[in-house]
Ligand binder design. Structure first.
Ligand code: PBG
Ligand code: ZN
Length: 323
């Protein structure tokens, strides 16, 4: 039997017909950092192109995003005052609740996801209530105030809640609280597999959330642990999460693929601040072809199994996809 070993060379058209992985502007959620005040738009030194904005600037930004066909955002708040329990995040007049209301008022077609955590709102910078005796986060006390924060976000008009603190039992707790308050159809995107990572460095600059003592290793995951990483996402699926997430993205694509193959929920990756900063800096110094490296990186997330990409590159990608 004749066997031909040479492959037919495909032309550009046919290559695009048989391409296995596709990137769309609809895959993206764009992070926004909001603080109080007016006409404030301060660029973050470690993340060129990323800004802390006051609410009026966020509203203007939504117009620009929509022009690029980006309709999904995730909000992070920088409160005026921080205290031991993050009171700003538990109050309907806090920075995030106010911002959600104004966005939904002006731009009801924007899909507003809220990061639900305490590290940006506490004076100690940890993701929950601290036990003074042993200086660690008290898991169950944090669950209680997390449920309160979820209801604040929900009442303000959030379209999806994304708890990022990695407390045990958080998904079940939030699902129960949302259901009991009439928000049965408000989805939860779990930061289900979140590693204790040095890639979050620049984010902590922009969110002003570096812990004042210790680190987050007691509640975030050890990068060395594969089985634990997968079981965390499986547990959140069982607790009622609607979307799972792996964070950071680039150094954990093996984990993305394994979770994808072992669960049946849609998956997000968080292409975090440190990953963004590395490409920005390398691009600035002409060490890489920035645009091509960004696109190659985004495709790698989709190929690994991500359905959703949370990325500071979203606007740039949208512009490149338009071309
Ligand atoms: C809050 C939170 C963090 C990020 C998203 N939500 C920081 C952290 O856990 O320290 C990081 C995002 C990024 O680095 O871009 N818990
Ligand atoms: Zn946190």
């Amino acid at each position: 039997m004749f066997q031909r070993f040479r492959r037919t060379r495909l032309n550009t058209h046919l290559r695009s017909l048989v391409r296995e992985t596709h990137l769309s502007v609809n895959d993206f959620i764009y992070p926004l950092f909001v603080r109080s005040g007016e006409a404030i738009k301060t660029e973050v030194e470690s993340m060129p192109g990323v800004f802390q904005m006051s609410i009026d600037e966020v509203l203007k930004e939504c117009v620009k995003l929509k022009n690029l066909n980006i309709y999904s955002i995730i909000l992070f708040g920088i409160p005026d005052t921080k205290d031991s329990i993050g009171s700003d995040s538990l109050c309907e007049h806090g920075i995030i609740a106010s911002c959600i209301r104004e966005i939904k008022n002006m731009h009801p077609d924007m899909f507003v996801v809220t990061d639900l955590c305490f590290c940006e709102y506490t004076d100690h910078g940890h993701c929950g209530i601290i036990d003074v005796e042993n200086e660690t986060v008290n898991n169950d006390a944090t669950l209680e105030i997390s449920a309160q924060q979820a209801i604040i976000h929900a009442k303000a008009g959030a379209d999806m809640i994304a708890p990022s603190g990695m407390m045990d039992g958080i998904i079940a707790t939030l699902r129960e609280a949302l259901d009991a308050n009439g928000f049965e159809n408000l989805p939860i995107m779990a930061y289900s597999t979140k590693f204790s990572s040095a890639y979050y460095g620049p984010f902590r600059d922009v969110a002003e959330s570096t812990p004042s003592f210790g680190d987050r290793a007691s509640y975030q995951m050890d990068p060395a642990n594969r089985r634990e990483a997968i079981s965390e996402s499986i547990s959140d699926e069982a607790q009622g999460a609607d979307i799972l997430m792996v964070k950071p993205a680039l150094a954990y694509l093996d984990i993305v693929r394994e979770i994808k193959d072992n669960t049946s929920l849609p998956m997000a990756v968080y292409n975090v601040s440190g990953e963004y900063a590395m490409l920005k800096l390398a691009g600035k110094h002409n060490l890489i072809d920035y645009d091509r490296v960004v696109m190659e990186t985004m495709i790698s997330f989709k190929r690994a199994g991500a359905d959703i990409i949370i990325s500071y590159h979203a606007k740039e990608v949208a512009k490149m996809l338009k071309k």
